[in-house]
Write a protein that binds this ligand. Sequence first.
Ligand SMILES: [Fe+2]
Length: 250
Amino acid sequence: MRTSSDTVAALRARLERAEREAAAHQRQLERYAADLRESYRRERARAQQLRRSYKATVRALSNAVEARDAYTGKHAERVAAYGLAVARAAGIDVADEPQMEFGFLLHDIGKVGVPDAILFKPAELSEDEFECIAGHAEIGSKILRHVDFLEEATLIVRHHHERWDGTGYPDGLQGEQIPLAARVFAIADTLDALTTDRPYRKAVGFAAARKEIQRGSGTQFDPTVIAAYDTIGDDTFVRLSEGVRSSGGR
Ligand SMILES: [Fe+2]
C-alpha cells in the first residue's frame, strides 16, 4: 500500500525528471541556436568573400582593357565613380545594384576586338573604321554573355552608346527602351571624355563639360538623368577624379 510519503517521493522524482528533461531540451535548443548563428556567420563571410572575388575579377578585366590604352588610364574607374554619383542622384539605390558598377567598369571591354591602328588613330576615322570601333559595344556584350553574375552589367556594356533620340548604337534603342543604368552611364562617360586629354583634343574643365553635356539633353541624353546630374556640384566630380588618381593609377 502506498503511503502519502511514497506519493510525495514519486511526485518529486517525476518533477525532477521533468526538470532534467526541460533543461536538456533547453541546452539542445541553445546548441541549435549557436549552430544557426555560426552557419549564418559563415554564410555571410562566404557571400562577402564571393562579392569581393567578383569585384576583384571585374577590376582585373577592366585593368586589362585599360592597360592597352595609355591615354585613357583609369578612365573606367573614374567613369564608374561619376556614374555611381549620377545614379544616386537619379534615385537609384546603388547598394542594391552591385552589377551596375561592374557594367560601368567593363563598358569598353569589347575594345579588345578593335585593332590598335584603328583604336589609337590620331586622325579622323573613315566610315569603315568608325563601324569597326562601334562594334565594341556588341563585342563586349558577347564576351560577357555567359557570365551569370554579370547578366545585368552586360546590358550596360551593350547599350552604353545608345542615344536618347534613337540614333545611337548598336541597337538604335530610343528613350526609356535604353536601360536606365546605360542612360546614366552615357553622361558619366562623356563627362570623363571631355575632362581628360585625348590624342585629338585637350581636356576642358567640369563647368565647360557640363554646358556641353546639357546641350545634348533630349538628343544624346535622357533629360531626367541630366536633371539628376545637375544636382551634383562640379567640386564633387573633381573630388571623385582626385580620389581615383590617388588610388594608385596614372
Ligand atoms: Fe564605349
